[in-house]
Design a protein around this ligand. Sequence first.
Ligand code: HEM
Ligand code: HEM
Length: 178
Amino acid sequence: MTYDPVACLLHWLMAVLLIVMFLFGMQMEELTLAERREALPMHASMGLLLLLLAGFRALWRRRHLPPPYPDSMSQSQQKWAKGLVHAFYLLMILVPIVGLLHAASYMDFEIHAFGVWNLTALLPSGKTFTGVFHVLHGTCAWLLIILVIGHVGATLKHAFMDKDEIPARMLPVLKRPR
Ligand code: HEM
Ligand code: HEM
């Protein structure tokens, strides 16, 4: 059994966008103030779109339950896998929300999302306040990426060591006809 096509589409679309956003965010730290003024509205707008996608994906998952795990996975493996999925959803929602709070308290210049919405007007700025959101946003983004690295490792283990159906559940083209 595989995930439904919408779940697969959302998974791969968001996987690409989240990795691009992470690299984009890391790159932004190296930019001059003038370059950041150009780049940040794009980062924020893309991040807010990702927040919407994450919300939609969570709702979709509630209505379209994932296929059951194969019996070859032990109870504890299934528990871990479920826990990690929850951690993913939490971080996919938390990273952009903390990013939004960071943009809302930004001090260097105003950040407009989608060219119209002035995010910086939402919260007061202050060195400590802004600094806390900056560190929190970066830390949550790193946690997400560390989880992704483990997740890819686990998928490779399923593909080459366990040789079970897990990889094909999210990439149905891998499924060989019986
Ligand atoms: C930012 C990158 C990624 C994120 C946030 C992510 C997140 C997730 C989540 C939340 C699920 C569970 C789906 C659900 O129940 O709704 C999942 C499943 C899956 N992902 Fe990813 N993923 C990412 C990248 C990748 C990559 C690069 C691979 C390929 C190696 C991959 C392979 C899979 C597979 C095979 C499943 C199905 C697992 C199962 O059947 O339980 N993912 N992923
Ligand atoms: C899931 C989506 C997002 C990802 C993966 C992401 C990732 C990152 C990363 C890795 C950094 C660098 C942090 C550091 O090294 O300390 C960063 C910086 C930043 N992000 Fe995001 N971000 C996302 C969404 C957002 C959103 C929605 C906003 C605002 C609405 C936002 C606003 C910011 C701001 C203001 C900075 C600091 C830029 C600077 O002053 O250098 N991010 N982001």
